[in-house]
Structures are given as C-alpha cells and as structure tokens.
Design a protein around this ligand. Structure first.
Ligand SMILES: Cc1ncc(COP(=O)(O)O)c(C=O)c1O
Length: 377
C-alpha cells in the first residue's frame, strides 16, 4: 500500500482526504478509458452502432457478478441523481401516499424528490434518526416510527453522505416488503467500499456510483431494477429503443441504453475497474479502516467532541466527526489555502461535521497533517 499513490493521478503535493465526493481514478483505468474513446473516434459508426453493445454487455456481466444480481436487471447511468430521478419520474403516487426517508439523505436527491413532487401530490416525510446510533434495534425502531398506512416508498442511503454511516438496510427492506412498501436504496458510496449483494438485500431499486470507491472514471453509475418493475419504469429520455441498433436482450434495456449520442466509455472500463479493485484495493481496505479509527480517536481527543455512532460496525473508509461550536466559519478554505488539505465540512442539522475518507493512496502522514493543521487553527 505504501506506493499506491503512484498508481493514481492525484497531485502529489496535496493531502487528499476526500475520496468520498468524486473518487479518484487510477492511471491504468484512466488509460483504458481513453483507449475506448480513441476506439470510438477511429470508426464512430461501427463503434456506436455495433461494437458498443457487446462491450456494454461485458460490463453488465462483470458488474452483476460483483454486486450479486442478474445482468439484465442493470442499467447504466452517469450518476446516482440521474438514476434515482428516473425512478421518481415513473412512480405513480397520489395525495394519499407518503415517501419516507431519513434526515441523513443526500441533499441533492432530497431536492430532486421535492422538485419531482412539484404539485405536492404526495407527502415526503423525513424521519429524524437519533444520534449517537448505538444499536441496529434502536435504529430500526426509530426509523420505523415514520411508517404509517400511507407509506408507499422508502428511500434510504446504504452509506450516508454527510454523516458517513453504514445504515443496516437489510432489516428495513425485509420489513418494508412484509408491509408492501417499495424500497429505493441510495448506495452511491457502496460499490468497492463495503461488500454488496443485491439479491440478498432484495430491494426494489438500488443505485451505486462506480466512480467513487470502485475508482472508475467519472460518469459511471448503475441502477438495479427488480424484474417486477421493469414494465412500468420508463426513461426520462426516449430515443430509438427497440427500433435502434441495440440488439437486445430486452425492450427494457433497449429503452434505457441508447439515450441519444453520448460517450459511454466510462461504463466500458467497469471490468478493469473491478479487477483493479480486487487486486490493488481490496487487500488494503482493513488498513484504510484502521486509519479511519485512528483518526476518530485523534479527532475526539483534540476537538473534545463526541462521535455520532458507537462502535466500529457503522463505519467503512469514511468518518464524519462533529467540530466544536467555535470553529472558524471558513475552516475548509483555511485547510485548503494554508495547508493544502482537501477535506469536506458539512453543516448538517445544525452540526458542523468534518468528513475524512481513506483510500489506498492515503498514508499515516496524511492524518498527521490534518491533526497538526487543526491544532494550529
Ligand atoms: C449518498 C449519495 N447519494 C447520491 C449522490 C449523488 O451523486 P451525483 O451527484 O454524482 O449524482 C452522492 C454524491 O456524493 C451521495 O453521497
């Protein structure tokens, strides 16, 4: 792991503690991405009308093996926002219906839910999750208090963005299923971060970003759609569908795969990204988690603030920790401008949180730099 930073394109003169926002693409994967783009430009017509489809299938098959589902139930999207927006657009909800989410959901998607619901047809309920989270039982009961006879949809993160918590979604999905509630999981941070088996989870929809922890090039994400819903889920963008060049295998895939001319190269690097993850990232993930836990302890000690979860099972390679009330309001800028540390700070529910991400290119010295900078401020 010591030399892994050489495999990435990141500027060596900065301390990068924000893999969580947009990931970072390793050099071999980025090279392959550019190779696909060159292939396209060499013979655009042959590539976009013929060769593309078998390569997209290879990517679907590799990804379906990696995340435990059938390859024909997977659609590629540039990002989770587009993927989830497609689901929102097709939902048939009326004023008797409620969509339940937590207060830890990703802000842009909460906004998207509100915008798609512009006529206020249905009710969006945000269930507050008590902090610190101490046990699965406490979490489950706390979340389930938001359910009533009107709840039709549960929208929930698998790993949350501002608070970086792994939510125990399996039990929620099971209970939702018993109650006839549709489950839409936002797993933007999951692929390549914690293990994922969608068939075991048995949710209705699941989106994940591949350019974050799987380190694919930007613009590579997926949506899993359970078979039962493939007849009513419609694309926001209609194009040729079954009348185009895509040879199949289903009208569902044909409708979503070709959405007008675009660069699909990032999707074609998925098999290579999975190989890179298995060989170069997976063996070091425990070390990254240890860095997380070390940082946790050091932040607690210098900031004198309490963690938002209790125990290790809630975190992966990211932690969010509360900052004291008297921090400078431009702390993020100070860390970047004066210390060249890239790290996000969120104001979430009135709490200022600093979120540290650790990927294989990070070193213990990165934690030292952060602690030293915070001490000096
Ligand atoms: C939990 C979560 N969901 C969804 C997204 C959406 O990603 P994008 O803006 O790329 O669609 C993010 C991005 O960081 C995220 O953290």
């Amino acid at each position: 792991m010591d030399d892994m930073n050489k495999e990435f394109l990141l500027d060596e003169n900065i301390t990068f503690l924000n893999h969580g926002s947009f990931g970072s693409c390793p050099k071999p994967i980025f090279r392959e991405y550019q190779e696909w783009q060159k292939k396209l430009e060499k013979q655009p017509v042959q590539f976009l009308t013929k060769d593309l489809y078998s390569s997209l299938r290879d990517s679907r098959v590799a990804l379906s093996d990696f995340i435990g589902c059938n390859n024909e139930d997977l659609l590629f999207f540039e990002n989770p926002t587009t993927a989830i927006s497609n689901v929102m657009y097709s939902l048939d909800l009326d004023h008797h219906d409620e969509v339940l989410m937590t207060n830890h959901e990703y802000g842009a998607l909460v906004r998207a839910w509100n915008k798609w619901n512009k006529k206020n047809t249905f009710f969006i309920k945000k269930q507050s999750i008590e902090l610190p989270i101490k046990s699965e039982e406490q979490f489950l009961e706390n979340f389930w208090e938001g359910v009533n006879e009107k709840t039709r949809v549960i929208f929930i993160s698998h790993i949350t963005s501002p608070t970086a918590i792994i939510f125990p979604i399996k039990k929620i999905i099971k209970r939702a299923k018993e109650n006839g509630i549709l489950t839409i999981v936002d797993g933007a941070h999951v692929p390549g971060h914690i293990s994922l088996n969608i068939s075991e989870l048995d949710c209705d929809f699941y989106t994940g970003a591949l350019h974050k922890w799987l380190c694919a090039p930007k613009g590579s994400s997926f949506l899993y759609v359970k078979k039962d819903h493939q007849n009513w889920l419609k694309p926001i963008i209609y194009s040729w569908g079954k009348y185009g060049d895509d040879p199949g295998p289903t009208e569902f895939l044909q409708d979503f795969q070709w959405q007008g001319t675009r660069d699909l190269s990032s999707f074609l690097t998925i098999p290579t990204s999975i190989k890179f993850y298995n060989n170069q990232i997976k063996p070091y993930q425990d070390k990254c988690k240890k860095m997380c836990l070390d940082t946790y302890k050091r932040l607690m000690s210098i900031l004198n603030t309490m963690p938002i979860t209790k125990g290790e099972k809630w975190i992966g390679q990211m932690i969010s920790h509360p900052l004291p009330k008297d921090i400078p309001s431009n702390l993020k800028e100070i860390l970047w401008n004066e210390h060249k540390i890239e790290i996000p700070i969120f104001n979430w529910e009135g709490l200022d949180l600093i979120r540290c991400s650790f990927q294989v290119y990070n070193k213990d010295e990165d934690i030292d730099s952060l602690i030293k900078a915070l001490e000096s401020i």
